[in-house]
Design a protein around this ligand. Structure first.
Ligand code: ADP
Length: 376
């Protein structure tokens, strides 16, 4: 069983960016060992990233050679700008920067071959963000587009379950990148394929960001018209950094109709606006309940709240997805409604949302580079 100390002992063979042995260097993040998997990052001056790539590769190689290690993820992150201070913590490595300052220090870049990266986000969990992201990706694929789905919901990856994917992605020999799985013609990568949920739950912002960056850039996405990213719920630093770093063409916000959820949705809109990512629209999920027995309609969580909110915020309203038994069962049964009931009413809604999304993207430049931001 590999331990953190084994990893540190091996890393003392390398010299960190500050000239100290890497194991003792302030640039080394906490080392996370989860079973046979190891994760850590090295903080560097982003303008010298090419120079330190060799260090990253050597660190990865040395740790991978340790007995008991199956996979290693080492990433370079931007070092804390002068004056930025983290909260005091009882450990030697300094807090890596997260949030807008850190985001400003990194160089965002698109994913080669991927035309548009679109985030599906929500202000809080449980509103059906993953269900919408998954069905939206399938609806886009049905319109003949080349589509990828990246499940970046580190705190509760549900795409493996939604698409009944149980295999592990393979590493492409000699290239050290992962081959995505494919479901109903959509290329899929999920943090859930790579780590167990408990390990990811304890990650703080920088680890989350590293893992997401790796899933964006070290996966053979190939040529895609659109990569749909199922974001972690919420509007914290991890989400903000992701929004800034992933060169997003835009974001879709999912909300349920009731007031409380809409407050969170509003925060989501504000977050994307802060990093100048266009809001492509709001989707109201779990809108009117449609009874499977009598077809009667009841507005359990209210109705129309998201449409009204979209109007108030000046962003497009993309549609209402009803609360139905068929949607719940198909999602949880691993056959999303767009494939299990291709001519049903719910599917028609997702196809319509997909069409509106593509229309909105039609005007957006491909591989948009987010502007640098500085928040004082
Ligand atoms: P989130 O990603 O926001 O946490 P999920 O997509 O995992 O939410 O959905 C949470 C639960 O709600 C799942 O059990 C899912 O099947 C169910 N669900 C989501 N949207 C609907 C809907 N429109 N009708 C019925 N059940 C839904």
């Amino acid at each position: 069983m590999i331990t953190r100390d084994d990893v540190l002992a091996r890393l003392s063979e390398l010299t960190g960016p500050d000239g100290r042995p890497l194991a003792q260097s302030a640039a080394l993040s906490e080392v996370i060992v989860s079973g046979s998997k190891v994760y850590f990052s090295i903080a560097i001056d982003p303008s010298r990233s090419a120079e330190f790539e060799e260090l990253r590769v050597r660190a990865e190689g040395l740790v991978r050679d340790l007995p008991g290690v199956e996979s290693v993820i080492v990433t370079l992150t931007a070092e804390a700008p002068a004056g930025a201070s983290g909260t005091a913590r009882p450990q030697t490595a300094p807090e890596r920067p997260v949030g807008p300052r850190a985001a400003a220090a990194r160089t965002p870049a698109g994913v080669p071959g991927v035309r548009h990266i679109v985030a599906v986000a929500s202000g809080k969990g449980g509103v059906g963000k993953s269900t919408v992201a998954c069905n939206l990706a399938l609806a886009l694929a049905r319109q003949g587009l080349k589509v990828g789905l990246l499940d970046a919901d580190i705190y509760g990856p549900s795409v493996p379950k939604l698409l009944a994917l149980t295999e592990k992605p393979e590493v492409i020999p000699g290239r050290r990148i992962l081959r995505p799985l494919v479901a109903h013609g959509v290329k899929v990568m999920s943090i859930g394929f790579l780590v167990d949920e408990q390990a990811a739950m304890i990650w703080r912002g920088p680890m989350v960001m590293s893992a997401i960056q790796q899933m964006l850039r070290e996966v053979e996405w190939g040529e895609l018209d659109i990569l749909v990213v199922d974001m972690p719920p919420g509007t914290g630093d991890a989400q903000l950094t992701m929004a800034q770093n992933a060169a997003l063409a835009g974001a879709v916000i999912v909300s349920t109709p009731q007031d409380l959820a809409l407050i969170d949705a509003r925060r989501g809109v504000a977050m994307f606006r802060r990093v100048e990512v266009p809001i492509l629209g709001i989707v109201e999920n779990m809108s009117t309940f449609i009874c499977p027995h009598c077809g009667g309609r009841s507005d359990i969580f209210g109705h129309g709240g998201a449409r009204h909110e979209a109007g108030a915020l000046g962003v497009p309203f993309l549609g209402e997805v009803p609360l139905t038994m068929a949607l719940r069962e198909s999602s949880d049964g691993g056959r999303p409604i767009v494939v299990s009931d291709p001519s049903g009413a719910e599917t028609a809604t997702f196809l319509d949302i997909a069409a509106q999304l593509m229309a909105a993207l039609g005007n957006a430049p491909a591989e948009r580079q987010p502007p640098r931001i500085v928040v004082e």
